[in-house]
Design a protein around this ligand. Structure first.
Ligand SMILES: [Zn+2]
Ligand SMILES: [Zn+2]
Length: 172
């Protein structure tokens, strides 16, 4: 992701890269796809302003239910490269501008801390490990003991029990 600065002065440079996405992504996700980075550099006082977009995607397992899922997004960036190095700024030297760190940072900022298959994912039941998105297993979970709605759940269970007994009687 390196842009060479030409010897003769220019005001603007455009760039368009394709590279393996893997090298820009955190280890917890995987990708065999390419990442596309396009934009331009405009000369400013003491450096360059980089603007453009990053199109990327990856595969992951849902943090809640482990279902394999895909993510893909185009994000925009607008950053400044200054000749004086400073920890908060991107640096460049007289010959080249390296966009690698900018791309990594933009992706880290964009990526959700919890990667879910769906925003409403119910996850796996901690008791029976079944996928709660697919079926309601009815297990009672300790964490829910303080939940005021728990009484309603107990009633549901009792009603179910009664229904079962009735069915047995009918059979007999
Ligand atoms: Zn999920
Ligand atoms: Zn369960």
């Amino acid at each position: 992701m390196i842009i060479r600065i030409p010897a003769k002065p220019v005001e603007k440079m455009s760039f368009d890269f394709e590279a393996e996405a893997k090298q820009f992504l955190p280890e917890r996700v995987k990708s065999d796809n390419l990442i596309k980075i396009a934009g331009e550099l405009n000369k400013i006082d003491g450096g360059w302003k980089a603007t453009g977009s990053i199109k990327y995607g990856f595969e992951y397992n849902c943090d809640s239910c482990t279902k394999p899922s895909k993510y893909s997004k185009t994000i925009n960036f607008d950053e400044v490269y200054l000749v004086n190095n400073n920890e908060d700024q991107y640096h460049f030297d007289s010959n080249e501008i390296d966009l690698t760190q900018l791309v990594i940072d933009a992706i880290v900022l964009d990526m959700p801390t919890r990667l879910l298959c769906n925003i409403d994912c119910q996850g796996l039941c901690p008791v029976c490990k079944k996928d709660k998105n697919k079926n309601r297993c009815g297990c009672s979970v300790d964490e829910e003991k303080n939940n005021p709605f728990n009484i309603l759940k107990d009633m549901e269970v009792k009603n179910n029990g009664t229904t079962e007994k009735k069915n047995i009687k009918t059979k007999v």
